[in-house]
Design a protein around this ligand. Sequence first.
Ligand code: PAF
Length: 293
Amino acid sequence: MLVIETVSGLRDIINPLRKEGKSIGFVPTMGALHEGHLSLVQKCKEDNDICVVSIFVNPTQFNNKEDLEKYPRNVDKDVAALDSAGADMVFTPSVEEIYPEPDNRQFDFGQLDKVMEGKFRPGHFNGVAQVVSRLFDIVNPARSYFGEKDFQQLAIIREMVRQYKIPVEIIAMPIKREESGLAMSSRNERLSEKQRSDASNIYKVLAESKAIAKDKSAADIIDYVVDSVNQTESLDVEYFDIVDGNTLQSITNWTDTDYAVGCIAVFCGEVRLIDNITYFKKLNNGTVTTVYI
Ligand code: PAF
């Protein structure tokens, strides 16, 4: 597996491969890799001739300086994990390499980035769009892979690709969970053992809420989730919203949408965790599916 630090170095290797007709798959990450990331690598390898992974902790998407400083970093361990997973190339650029000049671009995603994460982390998605568009420009992949844990990020990246006509197929992969149900996240590394166990209540409550959703209104489910998660002393819900999975706009009645997703952000001590659950998704043929649970 090649580890490449510069944009020119990466382009020099990838461009001839693309010219030879090899398909390039791309998994962007911020490192601190877990099984969720490795499932993206696995799928990328299955779908493409070449699997490129980037490890870059993008400063422009952190609205909180302390969060950026505390973000877990362990490049050597990540490189070893990617080697075992069979990635072909790892791109580990410096900040100067990605941003030789400050990136002042302002994206407009309409209402998609005004809600949930966008409301509580101002500027976050603009930073995500800056780095992902820059990485797409460097790697020029046929396909790129993202986890559904970052549900809103996925919607925004799809919108960016649509608006800027970027020729890349965006592939979403389901959330990987620990045995306890806790959604895998690089941030879990910052949890103590007790916090990790407490944090598993987030998914427990989401799954319970789905089991009772049929007999309750969406508004009742919101109250149920917020109250139940907050009952664990170390957990503090920042928001829980039930939204249309395409527009990300809140719904109050189940009949408002064909695709209902509950999205949550919770503080466990100082660590901010997100998760989501699909209540239902109606397919074009009228079938109702309750995917991913
Ligand atoms: O999901 C992430 O890890 C990051 O937001 C991404 C997509 C790698 C951009 O920095």
